[in-house]
Design a protein around this ligand. Structure first.
Ligand code: PLP
Length: 403
């Protein structure tokens, strides 16, 4: 599959900027190992610079820090390690996230040693946001039962619908309860480069850690994840180990070794591609390209709401729209609607006017489109929605036909 095709709307696509591709070519050609200052001082300086851009975009204070990772999954692992160590690595640790949270967070919790039954999936409300009352209730019950709550993961853009949890309220709650707040912004985080996105993600700067994926909404080739922590020392305290073989690389605080901040020792030079693409195009272009994803989602949602055969299933705040074929005057039951929409998705797969994928929203089958490609036009989106309407009408007429 060409995930970078302008009509690829499935999962979370990717559409890398060309200078970033050149940068990866150079990083591979020079075979940079971005592990320590001694081995890679220039690339380390570049990573400091790009991480500092991200820090400022997110509204984090000076003293925050972080590192590039393979992706959001690795960022989640590093974040949970930092959270666990900050809590003193307790027995019977529990972590909290919503039923809309990414599977990477579940996996990360398992990897850091949280037992499967201690990963609490808190229900989400009709807007797909974590239910705060249920969170508070669950934490209190767990404490009473002798568990040690360690971390809460907030969604800063769920991958399913783009929903954003109540970041301010979660930050208040976690501060009061002494819990680590991790914001999973792997999908939605780069919306902060736009004014609209910054408003939507207000409060993210209060999280103890933030996971980002520049290979999603920042137009980078794989792999370009990132973890930022509000206090850079938390990562160093969690990860630093001083083997004798690397004793020559300890050069003090002004010459940091990125290998002390996360799970990788040998690392590719991932900051170079972000740096080169921003230097080539300037931030105004990136703001426009990110904003366009939100515009297309809003236009797609408006088209869906105006369509006689489609039903909108989310408020498209970030660049995701979910919907299904369900005519306003229809009389099919849920099972029959499910069947119709699965048929429509199969037609999309095989006739191939565009690629989209599906998800389940509180138990209901939903078609889903994600807009993070800078080359996608409204015509691409409109023609895709029109194909869904066409296939939908066909599937509906078959479903209505007598046996
Ligand atoms: C993609 C994504 C992840 C996982 O990131 P990878 O880069 O695929 O490892 C985690 N959380 C969210 C919200 C995502 O969109």
């Amino acid at each position: 599959m060409r995930l970078d095709h302008p009509r690829c709307f499935g999962f979370v696509p990717s559409s890398p900027a060309w200078p970033a591709v050149v940068a990866d070519f150079m990083a591979a050609g020079y075979n940079v190992n971005q592990c320590t200052w001694l081995v890679a001082s220039g690339p380390s300086q570049l990573e400091l610079v790009v991480i500092d851009w991200f820090r400022r975009w997110l509204g984090y204070p000076e003293g925050a820090g972080g590192l590039f990772t393979s992706g959001g999954s690795a960022a989640s692992v590093d974040a949970f390690v930092a959270a666990r160590e900050a809590a003193g690595h307790p027995e019977r640790a529990t972590v909290y996230m919503s039923d809309q949270s990414h599977s990477a967070l579940v996996r990360a919790a398992m990897i850091v040693g949280v037992r499967r039954e201690c990963i609490r999936m808190i229900p989400s409300d009709e807007g797909f946001r974590l239910d705060m009352d249920a969170l508070a209730r669950t934490v209190a019950e767990d404490r009473a039962a002798g568990f040690t709550p360690v971390a809460v993961a907030a969604n800063a853009g769920t991958v399913g619908t783009g929903a954003i949890d109540r970041l301010e309220a979660m930050a208040d709650y976690c501060a009061a309860e002494g819990l680590w707040l991790h914001a999973d912004a792997a999908y939605g985080g780069f919306a902060v480069v736009t004014e609209r996105g910054r408003q939507l993600l207000r409060g993210i700067e209060r999280a103890d850690s933030i996971g980002l994926d520049a290979h999603k909404w920042f137009f980078q080739p794989y792999e370009a994840g990132c973890l930022l922590v509000k206090d850079a020392n938390t990562l160093r305290d969690a990860f630093a180990v001083r083997p004798d073989i690397l004793q020559d690389t300890v050069w003090g605080a002004n010459h940091p070794n990125f290998s002390d901040l996360g799970l990788q020792l040998s690392r590719s030079a991932r900051a170079l591609k972000v740096w080169m693409s921003v230097q080539t195009f300037g931030m105004a272009k990136f703001r426009r390209a990110v904003g366009k994803g939100m515009d297309l989602a809003a236009q797609a949602e408006a088209h869906v709401r105006a369509s006689p055969v489609l039903e909108a299933m989310n408020a498209a705040t970030l660049g995701v729209v979910c919907f299904r074929v369900n005519p306003a005057d229809g009389d099919l039951d849920e099972a029959a609607l499910d069947e119709v929409n699965r048929t429509v998705l199969a037609r999309m797969f095989w006739d191939d006017p565009a690629f989209m994928s599906s998800t389940m929203l509180h138990g209901t089958f939903a078609l889903r489109m994600c807009f993070v490609n800078h080359a996608t036009t409204w015509d691409d989106v409109r023609e895709t929605l029109e194909a869904v309407e066409r296939f939908g009408r066909e599937a509906l007429s078959k479903a209505d036909a007598p046996e």
